[in-house]
Design a protein around this ligand. Structure first.
Ligand code: C2O
Ligand code: CU
Length: 457
C-alpha cells in the first residue's frame, strides 16, 4: 500500500490534518490551565488557534522522562475553572496517588494544589490524564506522556513518542462542547473529525538503517485508532509499557483508547523514501506523519527483547477467586433495567440519568465494590461483552494478564480492547491495598455507566 502525502490530502482532508503543537519538557509543577495551540497546520488552510485545556497550557502536556527507580515528584496546580486531578495511567502507584476524585483523593479545586509522589518501579511508556469529568477534560487536552527509561535501555538513534489523538472540532477549529451528547454515549462515544499523530521529535531525515524507538499512545477519549509504521524492518517490543518476552512482527496495530505500544524499527530503503506512520480506516491508509530517509549507515544487530520489569506475573490460577463481569447496554444492546445510585431504574429512567451501560446490572459506581479481597489474592475476571460495541477495559493499580483459551497467559496489559459480543478473561494479583477502579476507557462509556471498583485490604 504505497502512500503519498498528495494522495492523502486529496482523499482525506477532514480525517487527518497534521497539527503543529509541541511537547513541552519535564517540569516540577504541572499547571492545569487554558491555552491556545495552533492545532491545524497552515498548509491546510487558514485556521485559527484552538482553545484547549492543557498541562502547562500545552497539548500534549510536558513529556515527563525518568529513569527506572526514580521517584516521580509532580505538583499539580489547578488554574482551570473546574476541579481536576491527575491519574497516572498504567503506573503502579500507591492508592492515594491514583488520582481518582471521590475514591482516592478529593478533586483539586481552582487555585489549589496536590502533590503526587511515588517510585517508578517499572520502565516503559505510560501517560497521565485528568480523571475528573474526564470525558470533557481529556477531550479538551488534559493529557501527557510519562517515559520511564530502562536502566539498560536499548541503543537507538531516536526515541520518539507518538501521540495519537482524535479531536472534534468546529469549522473554526474549536473543540465542540457537546460532551454529554446522548447519541455518542449510547454508541461508540465522542468520535472526532480530526485524527492525528504528534511526535515528540521530528528529525528532518534519518539514514537507512537508523534505529528508531517509537512509543505509541492513544489518548483519544473514545476512538479505536489503527496505525502502522511503514518503511522499515521492525518489531513490537512492548505493550502498555510492559516488555514482550518475544518481540512480535510489526503489523497494523489497533489501539483502544489508552493503549500503548513500543516499536523498534530500522529504516530501510523504500519507494516512498520515508518512514511513515499510517492510519488505517477500513481498507484505506492515511499518512499521519513521515520521516524522510536519506543517506545510509551500517546495519544494526537484531532487535532484542527489552529487559523485563519487576511487575509480578501469574504462574497458576489454583487459588484464584473468580468474579464474572457482564457488560450490557448501549444502542442495540437490549438493557432493560439497572441499579443506579441505589435505585432500580428501567431504561427510560436510566437514559434520564445519562446512564446507559452497566456491569452486572449496576450503572456507575456502587457503594459496595465488585469484590473485596485480601492483598495477594489472585482474581480472575471473565468478561462478557454483551453489547454491540467494542470496549477498552482498564484496571487501575496493576497490570493484568489475559487468560487465553488454551489456559496460557497473555502479556501484561492495563487495557484490553474487546470486540462486540466478545468474551475475554483477565487475571491478576491484587497486590496493593486500596480502592481500584475498573472501567471502560472509552470515556463516554465510563461516564455513562461502565465503571466498577475492587477493594484490596
Ligand atoms: Cu486512563 Cu481510569 O484511566
Ligand atoms: Cu466502552
Amino acid at each position: 500500500m504505497p502512500l503519498t502525502r498528495r494522495q492523502f490530502l486529496a482523499s482525506t482532508a477532514a480525517l487527518a490534518l497534521t497539527p503543529k503543537t509541541s511537547f513541552a519538557a519535564t517540569t516540577p509543577v504541572i499547571e492545569a490551565t487554558t491555552g491556545r495551540v495552533q492545532l491545524i497546520d497552515a498548509e491546510f488552510g487558514d485556521y485559527p488557534e484552538t482553545e484547549v485545556w492543557g498541562y502547562n497550557g500545552s497539548v500534549p502536556g510536558p513529556l515527563l522522562r525518568f529513569k527506572q527507580g526514580d521517584t516521580l515528584k509532580q505538583e499539580l496546580f489547578n488554574s482551570l475553572p473546574s476541579p481536576t486531578a491527575i491519574h497516572w495511567h498504567g503506573i503502579r502507584v500507591p492508592n492515594a496517588m491514583d488520582g481518582v476524585p471521590g475514591m482516592t483523593q478529593d478533586a483539586v479545586p481552582t487555585g489549589a494544589r496536590f502533590h503526587y509522589e511515588f517510585p517508578l518501579k517499572d520502565a516503559g511508556t505510560y501517560w497521565y490524564h485528568s480523571h475528573n469529568q474526564s470525558t470533557e477534560q481529556v477531550a479538551r487536552g488534559l493529557y501527557g506522556v510519562v517515559v520511564v527509561e530502562e536502566t539498560n535501555a536499548p541503543d537507538v538513534d531516536h526515541d520518539i513518542v507518538v501521540v495519537l489523538d482524535d479531536w472534534r472540532l468546529s469549522d473554526e477549529a474549536q473543540i465542540t462542547d457537546d460532551f454529554g451528547a446522548m447519541h455518542d454515549w449510547t454508541h461508540a462515544g465522542r468520535l472526532g473529525n480530526y485524527i492525528h499523530a504528534q511526535l515528540s521529535e521530528q528529525p528532518d531525515s534519518v539514514p537507512e538503517n537508523a534505529r528508531l524507538r517509537l512509543r505509541f499512545v492513544n489518548v483519544a477519549t473514545d476512538r479505536v485508532i489503527t496505525a502502522s509504521v511503514q518503511g522499515g524492518d521492525g518489531k513490537l517490543v512492548a505493550r502498555d509499557g510492559m516488555p514482550l518476552d518475544t518481540p512480535e512482527p510489526l503489523d497494523a496495530m489497533p489501539f483502544g483508547p489508552a493503549e500503548r505500544a513500543d516499536v523498534i524499527i530500522d529504516a530501510q530503503a523504500n519507494e516512498a523514501n520515508a518512514l511513515q506512520i499510517v492510519l488505517h480506516e477500513g481498507d484505506t491508509g492515511y499518512l499521519l506523519k513521515e520521516i524522510p530517509i536519506s543517506g545510509t549507515q551500517p546495519a544494526r544487530a537484531a532487535i532484542e527483547p527489552l529487559p523485563a520489569n519487576p511487575m509480578p506475573r501469574l504462574s497458576d490460577l489454583t487459588d484464584a477467586l473468580t468474579v464474572p463481569l457482564h457488560m450490557e447496554g448501549g444502542a442495540m444492546g437490549g438493557l432493560r433495567e439497572a441499579t443506579y445510585e441505589g435505585e432500580t431504574l428501567d431504561i427510560r429512567g436510566l437514559v434520564d440519568k445519562g446512564q446507559v451501560w452497566a456491569f452486572n446490572g449496576q450503572a456507575g459506581l456502587s457503594d459496595a465494590p465488585l469484590v473485596e479481597v485480601p492483598q495477594g489474592q489472585i482474581l480472575r475476571i471473565p468478561m462478557q461483552n454483551d453489547t454491540a460495541f467494542p470496549h477498552a477495559m482498564h484496571l487501575h493499580g496493576t497490570h493484568f494478564q489475559e487468560v487465553l483459551p488454551d489456559g496460557s497467559f497473555g502479556p501484561l496489559k492495563d487495557t484490553l480492547l474487546m470486540q462486540p459480543r466478545e468474551n475475554r478473561e483477565i487475571a491478576f494479583i491484587a497486590s496493593a491495598p486500596g480502592k481500584w477502579l475498573m472501567h471502560c476507557h472509552m470515556l463516554s462509556h465510563a461516564s455513562a455507566g461502565m465503571r466498577t471498583w475492587i477493594k484490596v485490604v
